[in-house]
Write a protein that binds this ligand. Structure first.
Ligand code: 5GP
Ligand code: MG
Length: 179
């Protein structure tokens, strides 16, 4: 098992690159089946989801396009509970079937707020895929991901796009903070 130390914190490898690839393929299979013949618009929630989005998007087989939004709710190790829109939606979602691509759903505050925005902007439907999902921490029922790649416990993870204070996003595996 690989281990990384950053700023005095120790992180242990939890999900290997091979496991990640198979979880991503399983989500792609489900989305390909559910959206066959439709033209969904994927919206990546930056920054953390960019790596999952790139891996998932290339496995999608219907006509589809991708765009971005940047929302922020975490400072360091904890969710602030406030959701800030740092970079607004880059393409119109009016009448579109939107697939939100998220890195991780924790309290669900981010997705709860984003779904409200998408409804206001006239999206026809909204589904959420999240690479990771912490069911025991969910506070907003409507933020439960439709397509979670993997459920984890109440823990802090980094790597595969997820950061600790701007570091460790470039790890090819998911690592968990040692308690
Ligand atoms: P929520 O709004 O669901 O509470 O939090 C969602 C956002 O918080 C995620 O998109 C992610 O950016 C950040 N986040 C939540 N849990 C973790 C975690 O374990 N590790 C990291 N690096 N970010 C997290
Ligand atoms: Mg995120």
């Amino acid at each position: 098992m690989r281990t990384i130390t950053e700023k005095g914190l120790v992180f242990d490898e939890k999900i290997t690159p091979e496991q990640i690839a198979s979880y991503v393929q399983a989500v792609a299979d489900r989305i390909n089946a559910d959206y066959a013949g439709r033209e969904p618009l994927c919206v990546v929630v930056l920054t953390g989801a960019f790596m999952y989005a790139a891996d998932l998007f290339r496995r999608l087989q219907m006509h589809t396009d991708v765009t971005y939004i940047r929302l922020k709710s975490y400072e360091g190790l904890n969710s602030t509970g406030r959701v800030e829109c740092v970079v607004p939606l880059q393409k119109p979602v009016l009448g579109r079937d939107v697939i939100v691509i998220e890195d991780i759903v924790d309290s669900g505050a981010t997705i709860h707020e984003f779904k409200r925005m998408l409804a206001e902007e006239g999206a026809r439907s909204v589904a959420v895929t999240s690479f990771l999902y912490k069911p025991t921490k969910l506070l907003f029922e409507d933020a439960r991901p439709d397509y979670p790649a993997l459920e984890i416990g109440d823990e802090f993870v980094v790597g595969y796009g997820l950061d600790y204070q701007g570091y460790l996003r470039n790890l090819d595996a998911v690592y968990t903070l040692r308690k």
